[in-house]
Design a protein around this ligand. Structure first.
Ligand SMILES: NC(=O)c1ccc[n+]([C@@H]2O[C@H](COP(=O)([O-])OP(=O)(O)OC[C@H]3O[C@@H](n4cnc5c(N)ncnc54)[C@H](OP(=O)(O)O)[C@@H]3O)[C@@H](O)[C@H]2O)c1
Length: 391
């Protein structure tokens, strides 16, 4: 649990409102900056009091990897998964703005776009490459050059090596700081996967190894071949499944934990209701938890979050992220956003803390709320918790 502060600095709690005010300023400043003029941008950011106020300073450790206490998820930036974005240029600017505001941990994957999220991240971070940690993922059968999807999981060693070479080009870098297997391949022993990543680490192309949504035994077997730095699974006030087995395992083995969908794909921010209609193609429309009936049945969670947000003087998004960070010092959420106002708001979560009594009360209220509907579509859910075959 995080340290308790009797009188936390309330300035950062107002980031929701300040972020809205700051948005045009931040976007405008950043828009005037190209990758060739990083110093101009940094100077302007430093001189801007609102941007400075939104700077995140906390640092956490995932295994031996140092990162900002909140990362930035970059999955939605290609503008397909959760609906369209304003423009590609705005997304490059947003990623760069996050770095200028102290975020050092950026999460992407070959599958996001596909390929396009990595290109956006690479373009945005090239001028500040040595100050940031880039995490990406392999594991599906994409053509590494064209992004054409050829099948399901693919963690064959040759495919991993080709995928990593293409990722390095898109990310405009010579190394991937944290490379995850996106989903366990039920046809490839995890020892072969971990051994391949170990070779890539020896070659300097990769620095740290992680798994996403793995089976528990697969974690132990991978860790024995190449120590794992992080596990990335869904975890939020909406989905607390990791508390049963994977978090205790991470604690036992000294592995960091990165919650994906830390805002419940937007639900815990209070901006999704039973009346929400997702645009065509929005991945969330097909998630069983998001049917009109299930959204209505899950509204007590939003009400609880809103009550606690008022009580703590924060926004619901900030409360959701602060709750995750309070669970363990080795948890680093990666909320995704495509708006600079939301970015600024989310970074303000850093300063919301809970006393032991508050956390007990909140968790007990949470435990009294049943969540309705599966977290993913059946076919996608079937790819989680998979154990790799034995050699
Ligand atoms: N390993 C895996 O299998 C896996 C799977 C899914 C995701 N991920 C990673 O996890 C990251 C985050 O997950 P996610 O995008 O699924 O879900 P999320 O971060 O829980 O939610 C993102 C949604 O919340 C909205 N949002 C963000 N901040 C907000 C705020 N302050 N107020 C209101 N709404 C806000 C965003 O909309 P706006 O854009 O409008 O802000 C977006 O629709 C991804 O980017 C990706 O890197 C990994």
């Amino acid at each position: 649990m995080s340290t308790h502060r009797p009188r936390p600095d309330r300035r950062r709690f107002l980031m929701g409102a300040a972020g809205l005010a700051a948005a045009p300023v931040v976007a405008g400043l950043a828009a005037g900056c190209t990758s060739a003029q990083p110093s101009q941008h940094s100077r302007a950011e430093v001189d801007n009091p609102v941007t400075k106020a939104a700077t995140i300073t906390g640092r956490r450790k995932l295994g031996s990897l140092d990162v900002s206490s909140l990362g930035l998820g970059c999955q939605t930036m290609p503008g397909k998964l959760y609906g369209p974005v304003t423009s590609r240029a705005d997304m490059v600017t947003l990623v760069r703005t996050a770095a200028d505001q102290g975020v050092t941990f950026f999460d992407t994957a070959e599958a996001y776009g596909p390929l396009e999220s990595e290109r956006i991240v690479g373009e945005a971070l090239q001028p500040v490459r040595d100050q940031v940690v880039i995490a990406t993922k392999f594991g599906f059968d994409f053509d590494p050059q064209t992004g054409q999807r050829r099948g399901g999981p693919n963690s064959q060693p040759d495919h991993i090596r080709r995928a990593v070479d293409a990722m390095l080009q898109r990310l405009r870098t010579d190394r991937i700081d944290l490379l995850y297997q996106h989903r366990v391949d039920p046809t490839v022993p995890i020892e072969d996967v971990a051994g391949t990543v170990k070779d890539l680490i020896a070659q300097g192309k990769v620095v740290h190894f992680g798994l996403s949504e793995p089976g528990l035994d697969t974690v132990r077997r991978a860790h024995a071949v190449q120590p794992l730095t992080a596990i990335q699974n869904e975890y939020s006030m909406l989905w607390r499944g990791p508390e049963n087995e994977i978090l205790p395992l991470c604690q036992e083995l000294g592995i960091g934990f990165v919650p994906w969908a830390p805002l419940g794909m937007g639900f815990t921010t209070g901006t999704i209701t039973p009346y929400t209609r997702f645009v065509e193609g929005d991945f969330r429309a097909a998630v069983p938890r998001n049917s009109r009936e299930n959204l209505a049945a899950n509204m007590p969670l939003v009400q609880l979050i809103q009550e606690w947000a008022v009580r703590k003087g924060v926004t619901p998004a900030q409360l959701s992220l602060a709750w995750l960070m309070a669970q363990h010092s080795w948890i680093v959420p990666i909320p995704s956003t495509t708006r600079s106002a939301h970015l600024a708001e989310n970074l303000g979560a850093e300063e919301a803390t809970f006393s032991a009594d508050e956390m007990r009360d909140l968790n007990s209220a949470l435990a009294g709320i049943s969540i309705h509907g599966q977290r993913l579509q059946p076919a996608v859910l079937a790819q989680t918790g998979v154990e790799a075959p034995r050699q």
